[in-house]
Structures are given as C-alpha cells and as structure tokens.
Design a protein around this ligand. Sequence first.
Ligand code: PLP
Length: 390
Amino acid sequence: MRRVYLDHNATTPLDPRVFEAMRPYMTGVFGNASSPHFYGRLAKQALEESREIIASGISSKPEEIVFTSGGTEADNLALRGIAYQKGKRKGHVITSSIEHHAVLRTCVALEKEGFSATYLPVDSQGRVDPDEVKKAIRRDTVLMSVMFANNETGVIQPVAEIGRIAREYGIPFHCDAVQAIGKRVMEVEELKIDLLALSSHKIYGPQGIGALYVRDGIGLSPMITGGHHERGLRAGTENIAAVVGFARAVKIAIDEIDIYRTMVESLRNKLESGLIKALDGVAIHGAQGERLPHTSCIGFASVEAESILLHLDLKGIAASSGSACTTGDPEPSHVLTAMGVPPELAKGSIRISFGRENTEEEADYTVNALSDAVRHLRSISSQWTTAKPL
Ligand code: PLP
C-alpha cells in the first residue's frame, strides 16, 4: 500500500547519514565517556565533538550544552532547575497558554508545590504579545518560558522582543525550540535566550536525545543527581551513539536549511491552496503570521478531525490532530482554543507537517484524498448544510 508520512512534527525518520555517523558507536566504540582509559577517551572525544557541533548550531559555547533524554526533559530541567534554585518553594513563572505540555504541565506541577504561574493569552494568529509579557512581570517572577515556534500551528513567537524584556528585568528566559531548530536560524546570545530546549528526533536524528542550552552564569538545580556528568547538571552515563547522531542531524539541518525551507514551503503552499480551491469551509490557523515553513494546521467546518484522519490513514496518509502527546484527547486543542477558534472548528482541525522526503506528487495526492474525505463526511453530516465562509 502507498504510504505518505506527513507528521514530521511528531517525529521524523532517521536520516541514513545520521545512522552512518552513529553506527561505529553502536558497534566498536563502546566506552564510558567518564572512563580515563583508551575506550573512555574515544567516547569522550565523540561526546565533546558533538557538543561543539550543537553549540555552533545555536552560536553558543560547547560548555553551555547539557545533554538530556529529549525535549521534555530539557524543558523540565529548565523550569524546575530555575524554580528550585533558591531552595524556596515559591516564586512566579510566566509562560504562554500555547506551550507544549512539557512546559504547561510542569508549570501546573510547580503551582501545586507553592509556585504561581501566569499563562499568557495569544491573539487570533497564535502570537504572544510582548507587552503582555511585560505586564505580567512581578517582583517575585523567577522565570519566563515562551516557545520559539508552536508544534500545532507552526506560529513563530516574538522571541527577540521577549528576550529583550527578560534581560532588561534580569529574569531568566527559557525558550522551547524543539520544533524550530533546523528550520530557523537561531543565535541564543543575540536573542537573549538564557535556556533553550532542543530535541533530536524532530530533525531526522534518533529519538531519546536532546539538550538544554544553559547560558554561562545561569544557576540551575539538577533534576537527576548522581555522577558529575554534564557539569553536574544531569547525571547518568551519556548515550554516545545518540549524541553523535543528534550532532550529525543538527549539522545537516543547518547546512541544508535554505533548500529545506524552500522545498517544504512550496509543498505546504500547494496543499493549502489546493484545499482552499477544492472545498468551502476551510480555515488555515495562524496563516496571517510568521510560521514554520512545513507546518499547516487546517480546520474543516462540520467534520471531526478523528474521522478525517481515519480516512487519510485508509489512503496511507499519516497526519495528526495536533500534538502526538494529546492523541485520543476528546477536548479541543488548547492551542486553537487559546487562539479563539470555536470548539466545533477546533475539533475539525488537523495538522500536516511536511518533511525532506515528501514530493509535489504526494502533496497533490493528499489534497485529493483530503477533499474526498471531507466531502464524504460532510455528505453524511447533519451539521453541514451549505457553504459557510469562515
Ligand atoms: N516541546 C515541543 C514544542 C514539542 O513539539 C515536543 C515534542 O513534540 C516536545 C517539547 C517534547 O520533546 P521530546 O519528544 O523530545 O521529549
């Protein structure tokens, strides 16, 4: 059966070049990077070279990179690491209402422990207003956390403005860049970011590896204690093969960023214009703002996203109804709700995220399959009476 993978924001296939880079560390080179002997030194060398590559990808210093098990752990380390710094279980955190659950649920957990949190609203295009960030600052604010680009809509946040505000008030600024790395050029110093969460499996690297950039001078409490790995910020023997793969994936993504952007953007434009032409009652969420080039969040009036996805799956097309972490959740997406999308339309919204291996022909195939599915579902829906402009 024909298969078309259009869920690259959930995860990406492993690039064969990444696999080749990892292979020696899954077979011959097996040392523990903390061992002083020959085997350990080989592993340590790979670890430090990888750290340099990732650091140069975000214009940081290698010693500012802490390897973690992925984006979720990096977000947790940033938020909890700052919150627990002073040893007091109180203080205020500013974040946005459209963050990934790795940030949102960590903030909720912190609230249960005695901290307080402000969840900033977004406008109809899914953007946080930097003025709102400024207004939310309190004397006891210990951290700001606003993502670089949203995983459901691809909408880019005003990170540079928020960074400037954070620096002006001397508040650490954490940015979840899990979806943005490799798609946007990012220089942490210029953007005044103090903590930046990264993940490998969104950029054709292996799953289960990520990193947190921690700006020199930012104090952080470790979440995992044990040995002196990762400057004492994250104990545990490093997964060298995964780290090497992550570094190779970052290097490829950055080297090929322009080709990638042009290519996926043209596929996305083809998809969106094709659907708008073929169907009434289609809304592209966040389309008026700046978005990641490969992500499209599309609402279809009077249909359920889960039914559309089922039809697509029968045609071999893999897409999603939002974050992979919320699959099966009957509630409309918290991101679309925050943007003021009516619940019925939010429930009829799907996310398509293109990748390097997709083709124009696949975009056409998807337009046809999607239009057929929506037409069919509307034909059996009592809610769909006539074409309603959105
Ligand atoms: N942050 C964002 C914006 C994400 O999209 C994801 C994953 O979907 C994560 C964090 C979690 O990353 P990981 O899957 O590496 O734990």
